[in-house]
Design a protein around this ligand. Structure first.
Ligand code: NAP
Ligand code: HSE
Length: 435
């Protein structure tokens, strides 16, 4: 079969964009053998033409003028790998309206402006694919949209940010927060502004996308409750280890009695749970559904080549299915109500810095008991200026726990408002030996 030459344009030639071009060159024969196509980067939009590039583009490829891509009728596939929401969103809309297929690695763009982008793609009869926007190399979007199309997925639980997982495992080994963040940035895992990684905004966008695809109902970034790893105290890391757990940034999307809850938060994960074994910049997603019971996908969740592999997979899918109507662009087909605030149920962990006086523990226990929050485990550490109580609860209603913690924070012996984290375990407290 004669090969077809496919010109591809990139928006962005940074960590991911340069890696796409590198793989096109280094794997050209494999790609051609597998797809019958020779993929070639003909234009790449950048901000600066003078920057030194790790994998230099051929002369004339880099440009600062988007019109060289918009106005070129030979370009029918564009990979958006530059990031940004407002300006980038307008550019992507322009590309789609001009009949160009777009694949994107930009989770903020899909989570914030997905509805208008999918609508534009559909009305132009082109494709908008976004595999690389979630969990880099792990093909979770394709699995949810194609392999599990007839499975009612009701739970998505996972580690979906590589930077923070890398940082948390480095911190377990003794590295400081700042050193771990600098290392993750140097390896190309972090967002241009790593605030998105450490505050949970990156993971929240990915969970919004996963929930949208898994439940076929739209979730935007603002629908996701988020807490970042910037709220973790070193005391929590030490206590987790004593409780035979690790701390991970966990995304949860659950469909319960027709209501959906999507959230991201650091969680204490039982060392026997599969997610506790996910280390470094790896991600993992556990899917539960009617026919499948449980499927876990695990792999590299960040990095240039890792993400480029998903971008190229999307490009080859676009080329292979162009004009066939194989997939609807927009995965959404229904609107499901959100779980009311406070109704989420989980076991929780929190620590309290208190004055070490008689009666403190009983007042704390009383505030919890008044709201039906039951303690399953308690550690106490002495310090020069008081004591720290580490508390693990049985499963509790989030609203009740928050009310109890508000009352506890107002006690005169309690020094700071506590930050609760969910506890993730596939074993109940009895099996954990905490009953
Ligand atoms: P990056 O290294 O910062 O590269 C961004 C590229 O886009 C640069 O080449 C930059 O040009 C160009 N660019 C940015 N804004 C531009 C603008 N307004 N006009 C023209 N060019 C512009 O970022 P990255 O790590 O490759 O990430 C790119 C996208 O992939 C982001 O959406 C990110 O969330 C996503 N992603 C990244 C990873 C990862 O591990 N890095 C994984 C999954 C998804 P200059 O080079 O001239 O500055
Ligand atoms: N900054 C992101 C992460 C890149 O660390 O997971 C991959 O989306």
């Amino acid at each position: 079969m004669a090969s077809v030459d496919v010109p591809v344009a990139l928006l962005g030639y940074g960590t991911v964009g340069a890696a796409v071009n590198r793989l096109f060159h280094e794997q050209a024969e494999d790609i051609e053998r597998a797809t019958g196509h020779r993929l070639r980067v003909v234009k790449a939009l950048v901000r600066s033409l003078d920057k030194e590039r790790e994998f230099p583009a051929a002369p004339g490829v880099l440009t600062t003028d988007i019109n060289e891509i918009l106005d070129d009728p030979s370009i029918s596939v564009v990979a958006e790998v530059m990031g940004g929401v407002e300006g980038t969103g307008e550019t992507v809309l322009d590309l789609l309206r001009r009949g160009k297929n777009v694949v994107t690695a930009n989770k903020q763009l899909v989570a914030r402006r997905g509805d208008e982008l999918f609508a534009a793609a559909s009305s132009s009869g082109v494709q908008l694919r976004f595999e690389a926007s979630v969990c880099a190399a792990i093909p979770v979007i394709k699995v949810l949209r194609e392999s599990l199309v007839v499975t009612n997925v009701h739970s998505v639980l996972g580690i979906v940010n590589g930077t923070t997982n890398f940082m948390l495992t480095a911190m377990e080994a003794g590295m400081s927060y700042d050193e771990a963040l600098a290392d993750a940035q140097a390896r190309g895992y972090a967002e241009a502004d790593p605030t998105d990684d450490v505050t949970g905004a990156d993971a929240a966008a990915k969970m919004a996308i996963l929930a949208t695809v898994a439940f076929a109902s739209r979730y935007a970034l603002e629908d996701v409750a988020k807490v970042g790893i910037d709220t973790i105290d070193p005391l929590d890391v030490a206590a987790a280890s004593q409780l035979d757990m690790v701390i991970r940034l966990i995304g949860q999307a659950r469909l319960m009695d027709g209501h959906v809850d999507v959230r991201v938060s650091p969680a204490l994960v039982d060392k026997h749970h599969p997610l506790a074994a996910v280390e470094g910049a790896f991600n993992a997603v556990m899917l539960q559904g009617d026919a499948i019971r449980e499927i876990t996908l695990e792999g590299p969740g960040a990095g240039g080549v890792e993400t480029a592999s998903a971008v190229i997979a999307d490009i080859t899918s676009v080329i292979g299915t162009m004009g066939t109507g194989f997939l609807q662009n927009d995965p959404v087909r229904r609107t499901l109500p959100r779980l009311p605030v406070g109704e989420h149920r989980s076991p929780y962990y929190f620590h309290l810095s208190v004055e070490d006086r008689p009666g403190v523990l009983s007042r704390v226990a009383d505030e919890l008991a008044q709201r039906q929050v039951s303690v399953s485990r308690l550690l106490q550490h002495q310090s020069l200026d008081g004591a720290t109580l580490h508390v693990v609860t049985h499963e509790a209603r989030e609203g009740d726990l928050r009310d109890a913690l508000t009352a506890i924070a107002a006690l005169p012996e309690v020094k700071r408002a506590p930050q609760p984290f969910p506890v993730i375990s596939s074993r109940g407290v009895t099996e954990l030996g905490w009953a």
